[in-house]
Ligand binder design. Structure first.
Ligand code: NAP
Length: 253
């Protein structure tokens, strides 16, 4: 039997990068996966790419900064699939890669809305159903920047640190009701979001020089950890933040 046989999963920000890799692995393991991103066209391409992996994929456009669109996505999923067993809050942005003193309130609000409040809104919409059934798994994609601040990334780091604490807080309250809530903190992963750090040879070499595993992280390496946390194999794990960073945060060198 496949690990996620008959499970219904909702993965945000799954048109590319880490979210797409997670959706692909979930589909491979037998889940029906609902993916979202802002553009239907890009999502449809992603769904077509995932389809051969197995499972059922449904692409629904949703801007995670909009409460009404989040509600619409959750309602559509419940109407078409009946329930949500697994929620992955993955969509995020970084519009403020700059000195903290150069940021402004508009950027602050947008970063909180997209990276943090979206996860809160999704959990508030999805977790009650999980609690009623006494079963569910929520995975929030944080970052090592939420553990150690990213230089010129104050707003990003702040939202990810808060997401880790949100994870722990929900885990405390929802555990007794059968729902596990965990986070993943990736290090540098080769996606569009992080290309500033890996496209340039010198910058990439600097980061890789800080890792005992000296390769550039791939979305699939995060997806396999998301699979573990989402599945019943992680039945004794909640409130944790799994660091997937090639060992970069280890105090070495
Ligand atoms: N890459 C890294 O090195 C790294 C490291 C640590 C943590 N992370 C975290 O990993 C997660 C995935 O990042 P990634 O690197 O895979 O980024 P990515 O390649 O830029 O992909 C981001 C995904 O989110 C979607 N998205 C962005 N804004 C959205 C919005 N407002 N509403 C709905 N969907 C939205 C994008 O689709 P559309 O643009 O079509 O909407 C895309 O599917 C994020 O939480 C990120 O913070 C990444």
């Amino acid at each position: 039997m496949m690990v996620l046989q008959d499970k219904i999963a909702l993965v945000t920000g799954a048109s590319r990068g880490i979210g797409l890799a997670i959706a692909r692995v979930f589909a491979r393991e037998g889940a029906a996966v609902v993916i979202c991103g802002r553009k239907q066209e890009t999502l449809d391409r992603a769904a077509a790419e995932i389809a051969p992996s197995g499972g059922k994929v449904r692409a629904v456009a949703c801007h995670v900064g909009r409460a009404d669109q989040i509600r619409g996505l959750v309602d559509t999923t419940l109407r078409e699939f009946g329930r949500i067993d697994i929620l992955v809050n993955n969509a995020a942005t970084n519009i403020a890669q700059e000195p903290a003193l150069a940021t402004d309130e508009a950027k602050f609000d947008k970063m909180v809305e997209i990276n943090l409040k979206s996860a809160y809104r999704f959990i508030q919409a999805v977790a009650p159903g999980m609690c009623d059934r006494g079963s569910g798994s929520i995975v929030n994609i944080a970052s090592i920047s939420g553990i150690r601040p990213q230089f010129h990334g104050m707003l990003y780091s702040m939202t990810k640190a808060a997401l880790i604490m949100m994870t722990q807080s929900y885990a405390l309250e929802l555990g007794p009701r059968g729902v596990r809530v965990n986070a993943i903190a990736p290090g540098l992963i080769q996606t569009a979001l992080s290309e500033y750090y890996w496209k340039d040879d010198a910058r990439r070499a600097t980061v890789l020089g800080q890792q005992p595993l000296p390769h550039l992280g791939q979305p699939a390496e995060v997806a396999e950890v998301a699979l573990l946390l989402a599945s019943d194999r992680a039945s004794y794990i909640t409130g944790q933040t799994m660091i997937v960073d090639g060992g970069r945060l280890l105090p070495w060198g």
